[in-house]
Design a protein around this ligand. Structure first.
Ligand SMILES: *Cc1c(COP(=O)(O)O)cnc(C)c1O
Length: 424
């Protein structure tokens, strides 16, 4: 068989870049495949360097809610580039994007721009620790908050209050302060607060979990977290890096009516350029340097190109019909589930807004334990069969499929046809 350009590039990349990729999940190791190199992307489609055009349900892992190369976003970025790419001094676009973000999120009076979701969560935790004078943080098993040390902890057993580092390089002393609970398990959170309440600076939570596949918060879960934080003087950090501008324009906090103390953003806010942000109530954000004493900084933060992409993206999104997209995705996901059911395999398609995950499991899936018990081998076969049929889905059973405003009914019909044609 002839070597493809993707195969050639990947071989070379593996010599130069660890694993051949600049972020692990792109390597497709979990699904027994090699990555395809992308040459270009437009709307709901990506085209590989070998000319394979695919319907894209990865969307750069979330940022591309408008689809790729949206003309307004492209125009804004090109115009900004002509005026210089970085100043190291404030520019008007920073104020404009900050205004848009603060207006969109009930939990934000002020916001600080950073360059990634990782920076946002890392800085929000530092702020929570600074504000409360406490060190411990409670996170949920299966939630991902970027790759900063304190968040890279996996659970011990039982009511998981014992943390061990999730990777070499993270000191035990760092994750000792990270407390873990199963998602949707209010009892476990109560137990942890009972033991450590006075030492907990913050709960950090994905208000809709998107990094163990899509797992929805059960009725009352987020509300209970809010109440526990209030009772014990801890801050509630909602990590809306995925859900911000996606669950609805104002994020999951608007959708569910629960206001956090701090919010972290990433992905969509940069329209495909590297942007993250953290923000919250004025009394807390006033503690961030140079207004306050909690240090945080960034050479390229508030970058004019990235701000331009963000402003253009949010301007278009603000006028977009989220409810209509959600209804279309609901119909599509329901049909997808029914086609797979018809094949006699265990399947549950969790979905909300413009996100869904195909779990090969009878369900329900309400935490990481449930997710882990789904059939990942079957997902790998599903991934490879879909890719052969020009449908690009996430190369991991524990990810969310992202739908954009650019996806057409024809895209959905083609995708469903592809699913009808596969054998699992
Ligand atoms: C992607 C993600 C992050 C990390 O963002 P990066 O830009 O990859 O650093 C943090 N939190 C959540 C919920 C995410 O999905």
């Amino acid at each position: 068989m002839k070597t493809t350009r993707s195969e050639k590039l990947f071989k070379e990349a593996c010599e130069l870049i660890p694993g051949g990729v600049n972020s692990p999940v792109r390597a497709c190791l979990g699904v027994g495949a090699d990555p395809l190199f992308i040459a270009s992307a437009k709307g709901s489609h990506v085209t590989t360097v070998d000319g394979q055009e695919m319907i894209d349900f990865v969307e750069s892992w979330g940022p591309m809610l408008l689809g790729h190369s949206h003309p307004e976003v492209t125009k804004a970025v090109v115009e900004a580039a002509g005026k210089g790419t970085s100043y190291g001094a404030p520019c008007p676009a920073e104020v404009e994007l900050a205004r848009m973000v603060v207006d969109a999120f009930p939990g934000m009076d002020m916001v600080r721009m950073v360059n990634s979701g990782t920076e946002a969560t890392m800085s929000a935790l530092r702020l929570a620790r600074g504000v409360t004078g406490r060190t411990k943080v409670l996170k949920f098993i299966g939630c991902y908050h970027g790759h900063a040390d304190p968040f890279l902890a996996s659970a011990g057993s039982g009511v998981a209050t014992l943390s061990i580092p999730g990777t070499p390089g993270v000191p035990e002393s760092t994750v000792r302060d990270t407390l873990l609970a199963p998602y949707n398990d209010v009892r476990a959170v109560e137990d942890i607060f009972h033991l450590y309440g006075k030492d907990i600076a913050a709960i950090i939570v994905e208000p809709i979990a998107g990094n163990m596949g899509l797992v929805l918060p059960e009725e009352g879960f987020l509300k209970a977290l809010r109440a526990l934080c209030d009772t014990h003087g801890a801050l509630l950090i909602m990590d809306e890096v995925i859900t911000g501008f996606r669950a609805e324009y104002g994020g999951a906090q608007t959708r569910f009516g629960i206001t956090p103390d701090l919010t972290t953003l990433g992905k969509i806010i940069g329209g495909g350029l590297p942007v993250g942000a953290f923000g919250g109530k004025r009394e807390y954000m006033s503690r961030v340097a140079p207004a306050g004493d909690v240090y945080q900084a960034g050479t390229l933060s508030g970058n004019p190109l990235a701000m331009a992409a963000g402003i253009a993206t949010l301007s278009v999104l603000k006028a977009s019909d989220y409810a209509a997209l959600e209804a279309r995705v609901e119909a599509f996901a329901a049909e997808l589930e029914s086609i797979l059911r018809g094949k006699g395999v265990p399947v549950t398609v969790n979905r909300l807004a413009s996100m869904y995950t195909v779990f090969f499991s009878d369900g329900p899936l309400r935490n990481f334990e449930d997710v882990k018990n789904s059939d990942t081998e079957m997902y790998s076969r599903f991934f490879r069969a879909m890719r052969e049929r020009n449908i690009f889905v996430a190369p991991s059973a524990f990810e969310v499929a992202m739908v954009s405003f650019a996806h057409t009914e024809e895209d959905f019909a083609k995708t469903l046809d592809a699913v009808r044609g596969i054998k699992l």
